[in-house]
Write a protein that binds this ligand. Structure first.
Ligand SMILES: NC(=O)c1ccc[n+]([C@@H]2O[C@H](COP(=O)([O-])OP(=O)(O)OC[C@H]3O[C@@H](n4cnc5c(N)ncnc54)[C@H](O)[C@@H]3O)[C@@H](O)[C@H]2O)c1
Length: 445
């Protein structure tokens, strides 16, 4: 691992304390909250230099977050679209390559953030690991378990960290819920309910996003969020899945919603419901706040539906629109982008039931409904879920130790649940899981 001898003044910044400030307020701090030292006893020497693979829609949101993170530098990118490369270089004054292979060969990056479409995650993550780069892959980490194994093996062989990124498990509210459950404050965990209604299916999509064989549809694209929420709160070890995934529109022949029942090895159960059909919006029940932590009006779904109706029978028109909202497109910023003032992120509504009380997310933090009293626990809003994940990666990298959370095996276990939802729905039966791993990293007070 590359290290510089010189210690910079900013290097003593208490990164963990900043990202996990809500823990300090609430109860003690996470287990890895001790100051990060390298082998010479110093804090990290310099920011981690990221190359971004894929400058599409989500890069509009991710790039400003990387730019604003104190221990991250945007050092390069790759995309097959020339207009994206041109725009990226104009914004960040660093090179943009036409292939991920060339990006991974650059000596000027330490890590690659994989934001290419789902079918490319495994190839691009493996390529990065083989060039000795740390790797963060957006959800889902891959589309098959065999691909996960290839990625994990490449990371282990080359001594780099592979992180399953972009997960609401890192949001302050979900981490706090998991901590309360793990400490047993309200007794044993019984049930987790998570319910989310969006317009995912009717947003402008590329053809592969509407093809389950290429990792399209809401089970691959959205379920990982809900699965990470319930696995984080429920202890990680899902025993079995029973599910029904729905296809509600022949013009968009892919899963647009699902209901899944998960049994955990510890006896707890979780129910996950997702609808991406652009009718009722669960932000009506979450203080008008969406998964970006941004305000969202009820008219959004009607607008999405209206726009989608103009694409019926014309996939090229739809692809042209989607292209226009990506980095370098004429509508760049219409979808995602800077989030200067934001609230807590709501991936729908999550309710946790334990023996002696319930938990629910609120605008300010979470409500605890106990046997004899109810109280609200305020939690600090953070930049984004990615801020905490970048902190984790940075600290592991700079201290030369393994990731404390959300490594490739965690991502594989989450993907296993996605695949089980599809399998259970297809075969009308319970699917027993074999590749789960426990969630162990929430703080204990
Ligand atoms: N859209 C979102 O809100 C969102 C949010 C979180 C995570 N994600 C995840 O991020 C990934 C990308 O989603 P998106 O919506 O930004 O997709 P997108 O189609 O808008 O962007 C993908 C980008 O990758 C580029 N690309 C495609 N093939 C490439 C290749 N072989 N080499 C280099 N570049 C290539 C495309 O030109 C495009 O710029 C997906 O895995 C998705 O699950 C998306």
């Amino acid at each position: 691992m590359r290290r510089e001898a010189k210690r910079h003044p900013w290097a003593a910044a208490p990164v963990v304390a900043r990202a996990f400030a809500h823990y300090t307020e609430a109860a003690g701090g996470p287990p890895w909250a001790a100051p990060v030292r390298n082998s010479e006893g110093y804090m990290a020497q310099r920011p981690i230099r990221f190359g971004i693979a894929g400058l599409g829609t989500v890069s509009n949101t991710v790039l400003p977050e990387l730019r604003d993170h104190p221990n991250v530098t945007i050092a390069a990118a790759a995309d097959v679209r020339p207009e994206a490369r041109e725009r990226f270089t104009a914004l960040y004054s660093v090179p943009a390559y036409a292939s991920v292979e060339d990006l991974c060969a650059s000596p000027d990056i330490d890590a690659v953030y994989v934001l290419t479409p789902n079918p490319f995650h495994a190839t691009h993550a493996t390529m990065a690991a083989e060039r000795g780069k740390q790797v963060v892959v957006t959800k889902p980490i891959a589309t098959t378990l065999a691909d996960c194994d290839t990625m994990i093996a490449a990371a282990e062989r080359h001594g780099v960290r592979l992180m399953a990124g972009t997960t609401p498990a890192f949001t302050p509210v979900i981490m706090e819920m998991a901590a309360i459950v793990q400490r047993g404050d309200l007794g044993r965990l019984l049930l987790v309910n998570t319910w989310w209604q969006t317009d995912w299916l009717y947003l402008p999509r590329m053809p592969e996003e509407l093809d389950v064989n290429q990792g399209g549809g809401v089970v691959f694209r959205q379920a990982p969020h809900q699965i990470d929420i319930v696995r984080t709160i429920g202890g990680g070890m899902v025993r079995s899945v029973r599910a029904r995934a729905s296809r509600g529109d022949p013009d968009r022949p892919v899963e647009g919603g699902f209901m899944a029942f998960l049994e955990f090895e510890n006896g707890a159960a979780a129910a996950m419901t997702y609808s991406g059909y652009a009718h009722l919006d669960t932000t009506e029940f979450t203080y008008g706040t969406d998964a970006q932590g941004m305000p969202r009006g009820p008219e959004k779904h009607l607008n999405t539906r209206r726009r989608a109706s103009s694409f019926v029978g014309d996939r090229n028109k739809e692809a042209t629109y989607k292209n226009s909202v990506r980095l370098g497109g004429i509508r760049e910023g219409e979808w995602g982008g800077e989030r200067p003032t934001k609230g807590h992120e709501f991936y729908g509504l999550t309710i946790v039931s334990c023996e002696r009380g319930d938990l629910r997310q609120t605008a300010n933090g979470l409500m605890i409904y106990g046997d004899e009293a109810w109280r609200e626990v305020p939690l600090a809003v953070r930049g984004s879920e990615r801020e905490a994940e970048l902190d984790c990666l940075y600290e592991a990298w700079s201290a030369d130790r393994p990731l404390p959370a959300h490594d490739g095996r965690w991502g594989k276990a989450t993907l296993e649940v996605c695949l089980a939802i599809l399998e259970s729905s297809r075969e009308h039966r319970d699917v027993v899981l074999r590749h789960q791993m426990p969630h162990t990293w929430t703080h204990q007070s």
